[in-house]
Write a protein that binds this ligand. Sequence first.
Ligand SMILES: NC(=O)c1ccc[n+]([C@@H]2O[C@H](COP(=O)([O-])OP(=O)(O)OC[C@H]3O[C@@H](n4cnc5c(N)ncnc54)[C@H](O)[C@@H]3O)[C@@H](O)[C@H]2O)c1
Length: 298
Amino acid sequence: MTPKDTVVVVGAGLMGTGIAHAFASGGYPVTLVDTQPQALARARQTIEKILADGVRLGKSSQEDAAAALERLHSAGALGGAPSQAALVIETATEKMDIKQAIVREAENLFGEDTVIATNTSALSITEIASVARLPARVIGMHFFNPVHKMKLVEIVRGLQTSKPTVHKAQQWSQAIGKTSIEVNEAPGFTTSRISALLGNEAMYMLAEGVASAEDIDTSLRMAFNHPMGPLELGDMTGWDTRLSVLQYLHQTLGEKFRPCPLIVKLVKSGRHGRKTGRGVYEYDDKGVRIPNSGVRPF
Ligand SMILES: NC(=O)c1ccc[n+]([C@@H]2O[C@H](COP(=O)([O-])OP(=O)(O)OC[C@H]3O[C@@H](n4cnc5c(N)ncnc54)[C@H](O)[C@@H]3O)[C@@H](O)[C@H]2O)c1
């Protein structure tokens, strides 16, 4: 078997954890990087649980799960990752300055052939790449949460992204069992643009007292066959991330994306969603939603 490319994932939060698992399970040596040691510890625990669940459900063997875990390494800084990496995927906090700093650092540490991908939900790939000496190798690879269940990767071309970079991103996506689509950069691409609008409108309905959170979510699940309602989805995505995306879309695409003030209040109160134990809904210690816990804005 030819050795697989080494992959570095920067940011061990919700998404970095899922992306690292996807590549390690696909046979790639992966180094997960985060500045917060507790994020790295949490990520490893989560990946162990996903792998154990896969074995229990008969989706993979004990040996394959153990081998995937052996391929997973971690580092507290990008400098601790193997310099021969073929792909660096940044999935750190949704802020332009953080993403540009990672691109700058990656260019200094890795060779000219290394592709630098960003998992941004909405930000401009062209702007993230603007700090690079070789912007042709910078690309968007937008994964979805939870990565082990969601099949899509949105491959986003910045103004200067080269065709070979797009081709490599398509091949890596396919190799880990994902379907990719190609998008020319536009704020929010295809997915976040729709999802942010839907979640924002649901939140306006909640704030106006049109219906309870539970009933708004039930309406989208039952009437339109959405697997989740927009408020439960926001709790899973994280309202802090959702707010950053909406602020960016509001700034770039206009008034229809103005963030609902109730989202701002949720974020200010620390109700970021499942990751803080409370968002629109509340969750117990095991992450199970507490019945009738939907926030009542009045
Ligand atoms: N949450 C989602 O459903 C979702 C879906 C698709 C894409 N995204 C995008 O993925 C990215 C990450 O989102 P998330 O939900 O995983 O966020 P998160 O808050 O769960 O995790 C972000 C992690 O990045 C780390 N970090 C911050 N700066 C860093 C740096 N300089 N170097 C290394 N690590 C650093 C933080 O310590 C944290 O652990 C964002 O760009 C977001 O828009 C999120």
